[in-house]
Design a protein around this ligand. Structure first.
Ligand code: ADP
Ligand code: MG
Length: 466
């Protein structure tokens, strides 16, 4: 590898380190070797230690490779190709490199996603279409989700039937998006002619804004009115967007009257979503409303077992119990913990034992689980701008303190599970739409201004520091 390419790789690791943290770098990127850069075909060839790492990197980090390597190599688009290192040179052949498509979303991109990198991977994965990652048979049913599950199955068997619309709500990481995609997958599997569209509400909002600005309302409406099943994820993001609600209202009516199925997910029940027009709220409640709770330990253990099997690993009950009893907030965290254990075992070529799980999960407190509260966020953001927490919370207004406040609001929304109302209240803002507005402004500024983006990254790293 040339010195230049080596330097680029090192730069890349530094950037990734800043973006996703040392744990992810240690687990996934450290063992990756940049083999070569094919400038003609714009392909970066990477070598990974095993198929597990390859699969994980291909499903989760391709956009990250693409954007940063592209920037560092000064190319608009680059592709990455993973190959697995030979473990025993004479027996196994090097696997043929698989090129992962990294071109921008294949459907017409209506806008550039306004999200920070770490999240955009997740969001992009689901953009506009149903992902087959999430199926009914990989969903573990327990008392916490049985109603939502049963209703989802009923909807998938008879779209447009009695549960229309079907509205699921519950905390973050409890399986709402999973069930939503499972419905879509099941319907597509049984009746391939049925047109299914998955869309997150914030994407819907952005598409709508784009359509308005560019005179594309007809196309926009046609896109939504021409489908048979509409799956809308996180409908709460439509709150306070009056015009979008209006447009959505018409789409809803048209689809519903035509007997088309609509499914919603949300973080709270329709009644509790503030900033929703009354007629919109009542529509959301028309059909069946089902909630999803935090699963019991038993269900969490079953989930750990099932997820491990998806990665071709069989765990002992002891290990499953250990992992399930540590991650109690949501299933996303649970999955993250499991994946780290599997990855470390695979990298260290050790069997998965309770000792290994303890080493991986026990010693170092998990970064994501770091409890950040309003006080901490306000303290760190305040320090950065030379304001006390008291000043940030006071009514005083000037441009500079407004920016500091916006940043604080942004992190409170991003890094805690608190409601917009609680966040607004902490900073003395009665109207919680201020919070959303602040978040949007920060997101936009991050996308436009690289140095601002870095500042935000630094502050975030500080907040999450142990
Ligand atoms: P939400 O949309 O509610 O925030 P997701 O549907 O994205 O949560 O779920 C987060 C992760 O947890 C996903 O990987 C999903 O597969 C997994 N998950 C959640 N609940 C279950 C369950 N009951 N069985 C299996 N996996 C689950
Ligand atoms: Mg979700």
């Amino acid at each position: 590898m040339s010195v230049v390419v080596q330097a680029i790789w090192e730069d890349f690791l530094k950037v990734v380190h800043e973006e996703v943290g040392s744990r992810v770098v240690e687990t996934w990127f450290k063992a990756v070797v940049l083999l070569r850069w094919d400038a003609h075909h714009k392909v970066v060839y990477l070598q990974v230690p095993n198929s597990f790492v390859k699969e994980w990197l291909s499903t989760h980090y391709v956009p990250l490779f693409e954007s940063h390597l592209g920037r560092l190599l000064n190319e608009k688009t680059v592709h990455v190709s993973f190959s697995i290192a030979r473990e025993v040179p004479t027996v196994q052949r090097v696997e043929t490199p698989i090129t992962v498509a990294v071109s921008p979303a294949s459907s017409v991109p209506l806008y550039r996603p306004a999200r920070p990198m770490g999240r955009s991977v997740e969001a992009e994965k689901h953009a506009g279409h149903v992902t087959n990652l999430y199926q009914f048979d990989t969903f573990v049913v327990g008392p916490s989700n049985s109603l939502a599950y049963a209703a989802a199955i009923a909807v998938a068997q008879k779209p447009g039937g009695v549960y229309n619309p079907f509205f699921m709500y519950g905390g973050s990481g409890l399986g709402k998006t999973h069930l939503l995609h499972a419905i879509g997958n099941k319907i597509k599997e049984t009746s391939s002619h049925i047109r299914v569209l998955y869309q997150s509400a914030d994407r819907f909002v952005q598409e709508f804004i784009y359509a308005i600005r560019n005179n594309k309302m007809l196309q926009f409406e046609a896109k939504y009115k021409n489908i048979d099943v509409l799956l809308v994820d996180d409908i709460q993001f439509i709150a306070n967007k009056e015009q979008t609600q209006e447009a959505f209202f018409h789409i809803f009516n048209a689809l519903h009257q035509a007997g088309k199925q609509i499914v919603f997910t949300s973080d709270s029940m329709p009644h509790d979503i503030a900033g929703l027009a009354e007629r919109m709220r009542s529509r959301l409640e028309w059909g069946l409303v089902a909630d999803i709770h935090l699963p019991t330990l038993e269900t969490r253990m079953a989930i750990v077992h099932k997820k491990a099997l998806l990665h071709h690993e069989e765990l002992s009950d002891e290990v499953a119990h250990y992992i399930a009893s540590r991650s109690i907030n949501n299933i996303r965290e649970l999955e993250g913990a499991l994946i780290r254990v599997i990855a470390c075992a695979s990298l260290a070529r050790e069997p998965i034992s309770i000792a290994l799980a303890q080493k991986v999960l026990g010693e170092v407190p998990e970064k994501k689980q770091r409890q950040v509260d309003f006080q901490r966020i306000a303290g760190i953001v305040g320090k950065y701008f030379n304001y006390t927490v008291k000043e940030l919370r006071a009514a005083q207004r000037n441009k500079e303190i407004a920016l500091a406040r916006h940043i604080a609001l942004y992190f409170m929304k991003k890094l805690t599970d608190k409601s917009l109302r609680e966040i607004g209240a902490f900073l003395g803002r009665k109207d919680h739409s201020t919070v959303l507005h602040a978040c949007e402004k920060i997101e936009q500024a991050r996308n436009k201004d690289e140095s601002f983006n870095r500042t935000i990254q630094h502050i975030e790293a500080d907040i999450l520091k142990e």
